[in-house]
Design a protein around this ligand. Structure first.
Ligand code: ZN
Length: 485
């Protein structure tokens, strides 16, 4: 056995993200770009690669690519061209993929990430357009594999970082902010489960302080950001063990096995020359003129980092709250509309209702604020009613459920469900009296000075009114009766 060497290693990670663009049609033909349809129902001679057909570049795909390039602070190449990447696989009917090799649409960009409370610039090496391949479905019951060409020709943007990431957490944070940026651009649904965002990772280890890169392995088959992080952790440990045993890391592509929690060798890593890239003869090079770039720039929305700062500044809400809002631009928009509705509700109160009750309802329904029938008017009415005591907090949450489902006004729901808060003294006093009679022991404790036991009595009174009582009033009544306050 070789003696193990104790060296401190630093991981060096680069990420490649493949993003499906949500254009109406595919990148080189007029077939619909849709997901989850009857297999092979959205194909044509072009995307099936039949002889004699010619690709035509989808202008929208190019526009989206320019938007992404600008959002990632890339240089947009004034001249771009497409190339053939040759390989054989059953999901690739042409035997080559139309991609971009030496003149990609985007180069030399950067994305600022926030990792461990620190801002860090991650350089983007390049971004290029290409077509997606079909999808193989391995069906054990049939004992064969099926191929669905609906996905063939879906526009993809590949976004490649420089090896600037140095931990699995940084990789995770990069993916998070990249996804948010892409969602803001509305160029993809970024759904990893559906495969519209896929991530491969390159990882190597080097001695801390060294500038020479070690031998890398490429990781594939991670289906969530969490899987990327866990797979990287596994692979970093594996490299470390290999190197500490004085052995060499083999350059190869490895697949992540989620169930086993390990990576395993898939194939030796291919080099660019293995693909015999050459210019796509059926597509002429494209000039990306300044007018196109300016037009794309005009459509860029406010980016997440800018929005974050503005929400904090304009509405005086805490960083944490603004951080939650920007996760979903539609939600941040809804918040701003509520805050601007000018009903005298504190912005922070609106945030609390959005982050608590509303997000809970949205998550339960797996919906977004734009796909439910909740208006700014209704939502702010509700918050106001709770704020001024007409509704208890609990009843308010109930009302929210009803208004989301029915689209009815807050007042209508309160009347229909009899949820108005009981605040009149006579009714409440009667309830308090009953609770005192029924809970002699606790009453005794309160009288002996255990003031916290009042909470229990309030709870009992709330139960009797099915949550409709004003808890503050109830508490006051108990204190008046038992402690002469
Ligand atoms: Zn087609």
């Amino acid at each position: 056995m070789r003696p193990s060497i104790s060296i401190e290693f630093e991981p060096v990670i680069g990420l490649e993200v493949h993003l499906q663009l949500n254009t109406k049609t595919k990148i080189f033909c007029g077939c619909a770009n849709t997901f989850g349809r009857e297999p092979n129902s959205h194909t044509c001679p072009v995307c099936l690669g039949l002889p004699g057909t010619l690709p035509v570049l989808n202008k929208k795909a190019l526009e989206y690519a320019i938007k992404i390039a600008l959002a990632l602070h890339c240089e947009v190449n004034p001249l771009i061209k497409f190339d053939r990447k040759n390989y054989y696989y059953p999901d690739l009917p042409k035997g080559y993929q139309i991609s971009q090799y030496d003149l990609p649409i985007a180069q030399h960009g950067l994305l600022v990430i926030s990792s461990g409370g620190q801002a860090k610039k991650i350089r983007i090496r390049r971004g290029h357009l290409e077509e997606d391949a079909g999808k193989l479905i391995h069906d054990d019951s049939l004992g064969c594999s099926l191929v669905d060409y609906n996905r063939t020709g879906t526009p993809l943007m590949e976004i490649v970082t420089e090896p600037d990431l140095h931990s699995s957490q940084e990789a995770y944070d990069y993916l998070h902010i990249l996804k948010l940026t892409l969602q803001y651009l509305d160029v993809s649904d970024c759904d990893m489960e559906k495969g519209s965002l896929r991530c491969d990772a390159n990882v190597s280890l080097r001695e801390k302080g060294s500038t020479t890169l070690g031998t890398k392995t490429e990781l594939k088959n991670m289906n969530s950001f969490k899987a990327v992080k866990t797979a990287l952790d596994f692979e970093i440990r594996r490299h470390q063990e290999v190197l500490q045993n004085g052995e060499r890391v083999v350059q190869e592509t490895r697949l992540w096995n989620e169930t086993k929690g390990t990576t395993f060798s898939m194939r030796s890593k291919e080099e660019a020359h293995d693909y015999r890239y050459f210019p796509e003869p059926d597509l002429v090079p494209f000039v990306v003129d300044k007018k196109m770039i300016d037009a794309a720039r005009q459509t860029l929305p406010e980016m997440p980092d800018v929005k974050l700062q503005r929400l904090i500044r304009d509405y005086q809400i805490p960083d944490y709250d603004a951080g939650i809002l920007i996760q979903d631009p539609a939600l941040a928009d809804f918040f701003e509309q509520c805050a601007k509705a000018n009903k005298g509700i504190e912005s922070k109160k609106i945030c609390n209702w959005i982050q608590g009750a509303l997000l809970q309802e949205l998550n339960a329904r797996k919906k977004s604020v734009t796909t439910i029938s909740l208006t700014v008017q209704n939502f702010t009415d509700l918050i106001l009613k709770v704020e001024n005591g007409a509704l208890s907090n609990l009843a308010g949450k109930d009302v929210l459920k009803y208004i989301i489902d029915s689209g009815k006004s807050v007042d209508a729901v309160i009347q229909e469900k009899g949820l108005a808060q009981v605040s009149d003294d006579q009714t409440l006093d009667g309830i308090v009296e009953n609770v005192i009679k029924e809970n002699e022991k606790v009453v005794q404790q309160v009288k002996e000075g255990k003031a916290s036991a009042i909470g229990f009595l309030v709870g009992q009174a709330m139960k009797k009114t099915e949550g409709k009582a004003n808890p503050k009033k109830i508490g006051d009544l108990f204190r008046r009766r038992l402690l002469n306050e």
